[in-house]
Design a protein. Structure first.
Length: 161
């Protein structure tokens, strides 16, 4: 019995069909399948742009989240968080105290506490949170007001406008 290998099937399709009718064994090889796979390049490491104050706020937010859940995360994302805070300041035009006030309000709120676990989520939901803050009963938030005063003292020196 004879064996035939057909490399370019489209080019020699008629011959391959004749061989099949004669009962000859054929092997069809697609040359494109025998090329070396392309070399995958690792994407470049992402570089983040942020100020030391942005990183400090990211650490403060992380520390607050750790007080609620000691298994929250190990802080690997702090540079990403600081970058998000920088965008919050530069693009959305919020100061560091304003960002932290919104975060503390969300962290004190029963619904938002479970949903705002990063500066990215905080930034995404900022408009809804601001509306919630404005409609919040100030009489029941004396504890929050004291915290907000402390924030003003801590971050007012870092305000970037």
């Amino acid at each position: 019995m004879r064996f035939f290998r057909i490399v370019e099937y489209e080019k020699y399709q008629v011959i391959a069909e004749i061989f099949e009718k004669l009962g000859l064994i054929i092997e069809i090889v697609d040359p494109s399948l025998h090329q070396a796979p392309p070399v995958k390049k690792n994407p470049p490491l992402r570089t983040y742009k942020f100020s030391p104050e942005d990183l400090e706020l990211a650490k403060d937010i992380h520390a607050k989240l750790l007080t609620d859940n000691h298994r929250f995360s190990d802080g690997k994302n702090l540079h990403s968080w600081a970058n998000e805070i920088r965008m919050f300041r530069e693009i959305d035009k919020f100061s560091l105290p304003e960002i932290y006030k919104i975060f503390l309000f969300a962290n004190a709120h029963s619904f938002w506490k479970k949903n705002i676990l990063s500066p990215a989520k905080l930034r995404k939901n900022k408009n809804t949170l601001i509306i919630e803050m404005k409609s919040h009963d100030p009489a029941s938030s004396d504890d929050l007001i004291e915290k907000l005063d402390e924030i003003d003292k801590k971050y007012l020196g870092h305000r970037n406008e």
